[in-house]
Design a protein around this ligand. Structure first.
Ligand code: SAM
Length: 285
């Protein structure tokens, strides 16, 4: 392993061996057990890493491909990593492919500390929207919901019960960077129900047996907690009973239900309808 300076106030380690212990630790982040042990996760792409740093996430390791050497944006991110006390690794294509398990990996990968919001720290003011996901299983669904929560300006996501990991590679990819912008809390169903008791706004559940058309509800008063059910089973009785309203999205055709992320998107855009305005598109000339 060589060390050199890149104009950053620190060193860059050059790594070409898959047997390097630093690389082994990063590769292990593909498994939840090791993500939990290290309390870390991996995010791919230069823009994502820059956004994460801008949003104050703690970077532990920056990995970049040899091709990034001399690239001003990569060098800047390397300098920020060193300044934040992180390690910078310049690696071969082979190492980057092994870390990301992709044939055409991004030029930059960042390893960050995980961060969960505590339920007790959630303060819901008027206009705030929170989404509670019951036992979400699919990383693509969870990532898409987090991305959509970000897009509509909702406040965050509460994972209820045994769920897929928001910091898995698949979920982080599906968030397209929104993992860094959207606070995520997790709770057992019991802890969530206790917290819900103190929630002052409207608790809107969605259910295939919901009696209320989601378009008939006034979401403009007070905060809203949107509750979405598990992909296979929907909301269990205990959670459904804790909702102020059970809403349904009318459907035509043969499909029994909508995909969880699609249903969440429809609900969020309805709830936030009054708050969202079309911004003029900036002149590209
Ligand atoms: N078989 C499950 C059931 O019986 O509820 C289907 C669950 S569906 C794939 C996942 C979640 O998306 C539901 O629990 C609900 O929160 C929401 N959802 C999907 N389609 C919906 C609809 N038409 N109206 C209301 N919520 C819906």
């Amino acid at each position: 392993m060589n060390e050199r300076h890149v104009g950053a106030p620190g060193q860059v380690k050059e790594v070409t061996s898959l047997a390097n212990p630093l690389i082994k630790d990063i590769k292990a982040l593909a498994l939840k057990k090791f993500r939990d042990q290290q309390n870390a996760f991996m995010a791919e792409g230069l823009k994502l890493v820059i956004d994460a740093l801008d949003l104050g996430w703690q970077i532990r390791t920056l990995v970049f491909a040899k091709a990034g050497r001399g690239n001003p944006a990569v060098e800047k991110v390397a300098a920020r990593t060193v300044a934040a006390g992180g390690t910078v690794l310049e690696v071969s294509e082979k190492v980057l492919v092994a870390i990301t398990r992709r044939d055409n990996p991004q030029m930059v990968v960042g390893v960050f500390s995980q961060r969960f919001l505590a339920l007790r720290d959630i303060r819901a003011d008027n206009g705030d929207v929170w989404v509670a996901l019951d036992r979400v299983r699919d990383p693509g669904n969870l990532g898409t919901v987090i991305r959509t929560v970000d897009a509509v300006g909702a406040k965050g996501v509460i994972l209820v019960g045994d769920t897929t990991d928001p910091f898995s590679v698949e979920t982080v990819r599906a968030t397209m960077g929104s993992i860094f912008a959207v606070p995520v809390a997790k709770a057992t169903a019991e802890a969530f129900l206790a917290w819900r008791g103190g929630f002052s706004g409207l608790v809107a559940g969605t259910h295939l047996k919901g009696a209320v058309d989601y378009r008939s509800v006034d979401f403009s008063r007070g905060p809203v907690l949107l509750m979405m059910g598990n992909e296979q089973q929907g909301l269990p009785e205990s959670l459904a009973a804790s909702c102020d309203r059970l809403l349904r999205i009318p459907q035509a055709g043969r499909a029994d239900s909508l995909n969880l992320a699609v249903a969440t998107g429809i609900m969020l855009f309805e709830i936030r309808r009054g708050a969202l305005k079309l911004e003029p598109i900036a002149d590209q000339q």
